[in-house]
Ligand binder design. Structure first.
Ligand code: NAD
Ligand code: UD1
Length: 338
């Protein structure tokens, strides 16, 4: 049985579907601080099966122990965490407590229950401002904000855990920019308030929830001056987790893997692709650069193929079409009636 912490969230809910399709049994554990049970209700509709769900906090040992008491958990996919960069600068202690203390408690409970397999959601943010692209897993690591530091620290904690006991099987997945939604249009990204990330902002502008997109900087050293990123379809990302679990027993040392497509698209490339997929206009204005942004960030994804046999399949067109289906069918996210 796989324990999926944060399984009601954006990436977690899509991963539940992929786990089901690959024949894994799993239980979801989430405190719903950034999600709602509606996402899981919709996943149940898609897969035609009830999902065991525990509402609890990873910082609470008893909450977690009760799951281990009920099920024989042999591995964990650990999505649970807070992820808003700006917010992490304002309330760093809360981020350190939630993400780092939460992971420590999770690891303690795993250890007490002799569960030694974990897949962790890390991020391309651990590469800081990369000196060159594409980014390989052995590039220097740094963080420019508390959110990024929680990812770096957790990676280190998990490496220490492996040093203490080589029976651990640990996979650190460094995601690039997850976008898109499940084909059904039933689940997708549902950010609270004004979206910080590009794709939800574009799709909310296309449904006229926002008046225009602010393009943060057009003077970067990129093909059109706007920032370049490696957007990856969330369903491809979900499949990366299935591959990680399937390859877990072969893992030696801590396996660290980039999950990206290897292709970089600019902000204006994404606006154009979205307009084409949706048939809607996305009005935009050029605005000043956003503090902390880098010009270019995209993966070298070859190691993921080598060690996990995983490679992203879906292109930007499909990412935009699927985001649009989700956004247009659910203009108010999970509060929308279906
Ligand atoms: P999300 O906010 O949609 O999902 C995270 C889930 O964790 C939410 O359902 C939330 O309620 C839950 N959670 C948070 N703190 C918890 C706690 N203390 N106890 C129990 N549950 C808790 O985010 P997501 O986009 O699905 O991201 C999943 C993971 O991937 C996060 O760790 C995030 O940092 C990481 N990540 C995300 C991105 C991205 O762009 N979405 C990029 C790189 C890495
Ligand atoms: C952000 C986070 C990063 C996190 C990643 C994936 C910051 C500084 N970094 O990175 O830590 O790992 O998301 O979740 O928040 N853009 C606009 N207008 C907008 C929004 C974004 O022009 O309204 C531009 C940005 O300047 C960037 C690109 O779009 O060039 C992508 O932005 P975003 O989706 O926020 O992702 P990242 O910047 O890669």
């Amino acid at each position: 049985m796989v324990l999926v912490t944060g399984g009601a969230g954006y990436i977690g809910s899509h991963t539940c579907i992929s786990l089901h399709e690959a024949g894994f049994d799993f239980v979801v554990f989430d405190n719903l601080c950034n999600s709602s049970q509606e996402s899981l209700a919709r996943v149940e509709k898609i897969i035609g099966k009830k999902i065991p769900f525990y509402q609890g906090d990873i910082r609470n040992k008893q909450d977690l122990q009760s799951v281990f008491d009920t099920y024989k958990i042999d591995s964990v996919i650990h999505f649970a965490g807070l992820k808003a960069v700006g917010e992490s600068v304002t309330i760093p202690l809360h981020y350190y407590d939630n993400n780092i203390s939460g992971t420590l408690v999770l690891c303690q409970v795993m250890q007490e229950n002799n569960c030694k397999k974990i897949v962790f959601s890390s991020s391309a943010t651990v590469y800081g401002d990369p000196h060159t692209t594409p980014i390989k897993e052995d590039f220097p690591l740094s963080a420019t904000n508390p959110y990024g530091r929680t990812k770096l620290f957790i990676e280190e904690i998990l490496r220490d855990l492996y040093v203490s006991d080589n029976e651990y099987k640990i996979i650190l997945l460094r995601y690039f920019n997850p976008v898109g939604a499940h084909k059904s249009g039933l689940i997708g990204e549902d950010p609270n308030g004004i979206p910080n990330n590009l794709m939800p902002f574009i799709s909310q502008t296309a449904v006229q929830k926002r008046e225009f997109l602010s393009v943060f900087g057009d003077d970067y050293d990129t093909h059109d001056g706007t920032g370049v990123r490696d957007y990856i379809h969330v369903v491809d990302l979900a499949l990366g987790h299935v591959k990680a679990l399937q390859n877990m027993d072969n893992v030696q040392n801590v396996l660290t893997v980039n999950l990206g497509t290897g292709k970089g698209y600019s902000v204006l490339d994404m606006v154009k692709a979205f307009e084409k997929a949706s048939g809607k206009k996305v009005p935009y204005k050029i605005a000043p650069r956003r503090a902390g942004d880098v010009a270019k960030c995209f993966a070298d994804p070859s190691y993921a193929f080598e060690v996990l046999g995983w490679r992203a399949q879906k292109g930007v067109e499909e990412m935009c079409e699927d985001s649009w289906r989700w956004q247009s069918q659910n203009p108010d996210g999970y509060d929308s009636k279906i």
